[in-house]
Design a protein around this ligand. Structure first.
Ligand SMILES: *Cc1c(COP(=O)(O)O)cnc(C)c1O
Length: 395
């Protein structure tokens, strides 16, 4: 057996392979440069064009672009009029921003557990958490697989709740032949460099509801009913602030990059799928490694490739496996610490034990590298490192 790098052996590769990373080509660079030479650096024609391209891609009627996925979630909570006293059901297995947006509006996130094999919101648990104060559900398409939106829709309709998809992981995925971006009342996306396409920083909300789209357009620019360019075109100066908004505007520079990146989405998602097929095949005979289950009629966009460790087959725990893989120069990560374990939430009274499956999964999770620019050798390195480490620590 080869000596583990963590014990002084040769690492599988000489340089660290990150878990995710952007891909920028000459067309992307040219698109940005063209904007820099033009008239509008922000709130210009590229914002409209990006929104049109994004709604065309997803099939949603409206797309509203903002300057982060977090701003997109905040705008969604604002549009739904979440306020103090309101409860919003949120998956516990997610990035903190999925829940923070509720608190920005003075509402209360109600953390809800996930299914062990998919780590997606468990519809039965959702129904148990509904009270007379519940206003909305935020479902998170963990790792890129869409949640069970038909079941969640039935629950939302039964109790008069809004359904929000935090689709930061799932751009390019689908559920029963319906594209992500059309599955909930409001669907939010992040355009951070590790996500499927990037604008540097950026976010989008898609919806078929014209009123909600309009509210979010005001919200991203101080709650003002016209923007700088619209006033310039009209030749007037008058504007009105009708709501308390923020400056969540996304620059034209970023949107030009977004339009160019969107052209590559389909091929990138299919490259991600091909990588997961290789991983699935390679790990099928390692009992200590369980990949996520993908349900029938769902197509994951594979933002991340997490594995669950079956610790009864291992002499060591997740920390040691993680450290050993990092020593082999595989940039593994962990998604996610249960949101309510963070000190901020603990201070606000959330206790350990709230979501047993999320907590159990967290202790066994490791995210392996996956991004479209990975070479064949990169994929082989990840597989070789996982095999090497699992063999070395097998019982
Ligand atoms: C990335 C991400 C966000 C936040 O997006 P930003 O663009 O970084 O603000 C929100 N929710 C989930 C699930 C994410 O992965």
């Amino acid at each position: 057996m080869k000596k583990l790098a963590i014990e002084g052996g040769m690492p599988i590769r000489p340089d660290l392979l990150p878990y995710g990373r952007q891909q920028i080509d000459d067309a992307d660079i040219q698109a940005v440069v063209n904007v820099l030479r033009g008239d509008w650096l922000t709130t210009g024609p590229n914002v409209d064009a990006f929104e049109e391209a994004f709604s065309a891609k997803t099939g949603a009627k409206y797309a509203v672009a903002v300057n982060s996925g977090t701003a997109a979630l905040h705008a969604a909570m604002f549009a739904l009029d979440i306020k103090p006293g309101d409860e919003v059901i949120v998956s516990a297995m997610t990035f903190a921003a999925s829940a923070n947006c509720v608190i920005y509006q003075g509402g209360t996130p109600v953390f809800t557990d996930v299914e062990m094999d998919t780590l997606l919101l468990d519809a039965t648990q959702v129904e148990e958490k509904i009270t007379s104060r519940t206003k909305a559900i935020i479902a998170v398409d963990y790792a890129g697989q869409p949640c069970d939106y038909d079941t969640l829709r039935n629950i939302a309709d039964k109790y008069g709740l809004a359904l929000v998809a935090d689709a930061a992981h799932s751009l390019g995925g689908s559920y029963k032949e319906r594209a992500v971006g059309t599955l909930a009342d409001l669907n939010t996306f992040s355009l951070h460099p590790v996500k499927h396409i990037t604008t540097g920083e950026g976010g989008v909300i898609t919806t078929d509801n014209a009123d909600l789209a309009q509210k979010m357009r005001y919200f991203r620019t101080h709650g003002i009913t016209s923007d700088h360019r619209q006033r310039a075109e009209r030749g007037g100066w008058f504007y009105e602030m009708v709501d308390l908004g923020y400056n969540y505007r996304i620059p034209d520079i970023n949107c030009a990059l977004g339009i160019s990146q969107l052209n590559k989405l389909d091929s990138w998602v299919s490259r991600r799928r091909n990588i997961t097929l290789e991983y699935d095949l390679a790990f099928a005979d390692i009992p200590a490694v369980t990949p996520l289950t993908i349900r029938p009629e769902r197509s994951s966009a594979w933002h991340i490739y997490p594995i669950l460790l079956e610790t009864e087959y291992l002499r060591v725990g997740r920390e040691q496996i993680f450290a050993a893989l990092r020593a082999e120069n595989i940039g593994v990560n962990v998604h996610y610490i249960p949101v309510y374990w963070h000190p901020y939430y603990a201070r606000h009274g959330y206790k350990h034990g709230l979501c047993a499956i999320t907590e159990n999964a967290y202790n066994r999770l490791i995210t392996l590298p996956i991004f479209p620019a990975m070479s064949k050798q990169d994929v082989k390195d990840v597989i070789a490192a996982v095999k090497k480490v699992m063999e070395a620590y097998a019982i």
